[in-house]
Ligand binder design. Structure first.
Ligand SMILES: [Ca+2]
Ligand SMILES: [Ca+2]
Length: 132
């Protein structure tokens, strides 16, 4: 089954992190994924300045990913989240970048689109991480 690696970058400003539930769906040219809860066991996800990666396995190849749908749901109290960007590593090894750079405040769905219109190079910030 195809697997996508989803990397989520939380902002580094005060209170940017969240303990809310974050669900992700991938929508591609060939289909849509199920809704996945992004959660690593025994780990505090989406803290300030964190870059967290999750493997999302899907039943069938989704083709080129066009949209990401993020849903934030309350865990205990309302906990705003500053999402910088999400990258998706495709089964082919290509990376797609979905910029957000905004606060997600309520319990709502947001839709992120591929920010570059070109998917065959690694984003420069990943090159920086790999080169450092
Ligand atoms: Ca917060
Ligand atoms: Ca957290």
């Amino acid at each position: 089954m195809p697997s996508y690696t989803v990397t989520v970058a939380t902002g580094s400003q005060w209170f940017a992190g969240t303990d809310d539930y974050v669900y992700l769906s991938l929508q591609g040219t060939a289909g849509c994924s199920e809704r996945h809860l992004l959660d690593k066991p025994f780990y505090n996800d989406f803290e300030r300045g964190a870059i967290d990666s999750y493997d999302v396995t899907v039943e069938e190849d989704l083709g080129e990913i066009q949209l990401i749908i993020i849903e934030k749901r309350k865990y205990w109290y309302q906990d705003d989240w500053y999402l910088r960007y999400i990258t998706v590593k495709m089964p082919t090894g290509d990376y797609l970048e979905f910029p957000c750079y905004s606060w997600i405040t309520d319990e709502k769905e947001i839709v992120l689109r591929d920010g570059r219109g070109e998917s065959h190079k690694k984003p420069y910030f990943l090159q920086n991480i790999l080169n450092s």
